[in-house]
Design a protein around this ligand. Structure first.
Ligand code: AMP
Ligand code: MG
Length: 347
């Protein structure tokens, strides 16, 4: 299949009538799948009401069928078509964070959305992305769009159109290239179907920010306890892994360097995932910085790009620094733990 690339400048006016956006929207209406930029990562979009379109998303990614998709909308009025009720907590959260990196789980109306998109659940995950190109595309096609991250399942999520092409070229109708994404980690997923909202996946909006708006917010116990069964089906899968095994290292940078030296003595090519503050300290085959430790937003923004860059560097093993598990650091550590398959070396 030919994969089109539609370059769109996100800062121009009247994006809804932009010929590239209109072209991409027409593919979505014909139930083809198209990758699009959002403020978190690139998504792989398809008509959420059409089984055939949704099946194409799962096939292109190689995504397990029991992992439901997030439905993207441009207008809150679209909710009533496929959601039974909008609880007050959800109203408050939408007022505060939409458009933005917050996905809300609602009770689902039967018979509208593709059952494949919701993996047969009686709930549905919905978000309104805060990206002018995504919003223009959603408005122009007029459909609810199911969109998981636009990577092959298991790989780091794409934060640039090139990442999408690396994984999915030839498998999808096209990519709307709107430049690099902003937040860099996926949306926070919050379940609002019970009295107290529960975070199922940490992400771009922090627990502290959510609690300021709706009071107490719980966290799915599976986020702390690896043996618990996660409420978001997708959280049980390995994700974000670079090609070489990745180990998180707790302790001072001198300790991490000792591990590097040991592995090099065994003849392995070693990669180090670090930050700008510590970049010059390490001696290894490939030392890559994923942002500034003092500004964790920069780490979130380039974590996936950096994980992907190790694949070009041909290393046999990667050691990574770890980050404070609070604020956006909570989402960063959640992704890093998955990328490392929870392998942690402590001094
Ligand atoms: P992704 O599309 O890769 O960003 O992943 C979406 C995340 O939302 C996955 O972890 C899904 O399992 C989760 N999710 C989607 N729909 C639901 C739902 N109805 N209930 C719980 N989790 C969901
Ligand atoms: Mg994903």
């Amino acid at each position: 299949m030919n994969t089109d690339v539609w370059k769109v400048d996100k800062d121009v006016d009247n994006l809804e009538n932009n010929p590239q956006v209109v072209d991409a929207a027409n593919f979505l209406r014909k139930n083809e799948v198209v990758a699009l930029p959002t403020e978190t990562v690139y998504g792989l979009g398809g008509n959420a009401e059409n089984d055939e379109a949704v099946a194409k998303i799962f096939a292109a990614k190689g995504r397990p069928g029991d992992n439901p998709l997030i439905i993207h909308i441009a207008d809150r009025k679209q909710l009533s078509r496929f959601v039974t009720e909008v609880p007050e907590t959800a109203e408050k959260l939408m007022d505060a964070f939409w458009p933005g990196p917050l996905t809300i789980i609602f009770k689902k109306k039967d018979g509208i959305l593709s059952e494949k998109a919701t993996a047969g659940l009686n709930t549905v995950a919905v978000r309104m992305p805060d990206h002018p190109v995504a919003l223009a595309l959603l408005k122009t096609c007029g459909l609810p769009i199911a969109a998981p991250s636009a990577n092959s399942s298991g790989k780091p999520s794409p934060t640039k159109a090139e990442h999408v092409l690396d994984d999915l070229k030839g498998k999808i109708a096209g990519v709307v290239d709107g430049g690099a994404t902003g937040v860099g980690v996926e949306s926070t997923v919050i379940d609002c179907t019970a009295a107290t909202p529960v975070i199922l996946r940490p992400g771009g909006v922090t627990k502290e920010q959510l609690e300021e708006v709706v009071g107490i917010v719980e966290e799915d116990s599976a986020l702390k306890d690896q043996s618990a069964r996660p409420k978001a089906p997708g959280m049980k899968y390995q994700h974000y892994a670079p090609n070489a095994p990745l180990y998180m290292v707790a302790g001072p940078k001198e300790f991490l360097q000792t591990l590097v030296t040991e592995k090099e003595a065994e003849g392995l090519r070693v990669g180090v995932l670090t930050t700008e503050e510590n970049h010059h300290f390490y001696e290894a085959n490939l030392v890559l910085s994923c942002g500034r430790r003092a500004e964790l937003d920069t780490v979130a923004a380039s974590l996936y790009d950096t994980l992907r860059s190790f694949n070009q560097g041909q290393v046999d093993i990667i050691f990574s620094e770890i980050f404070p598990n609070e604020g956006v650091g909570h989402a960063i550590m959640n992704r890093l733990e998955k990328a490392a398959g929870h392998k942690l070396i402590t001094e």
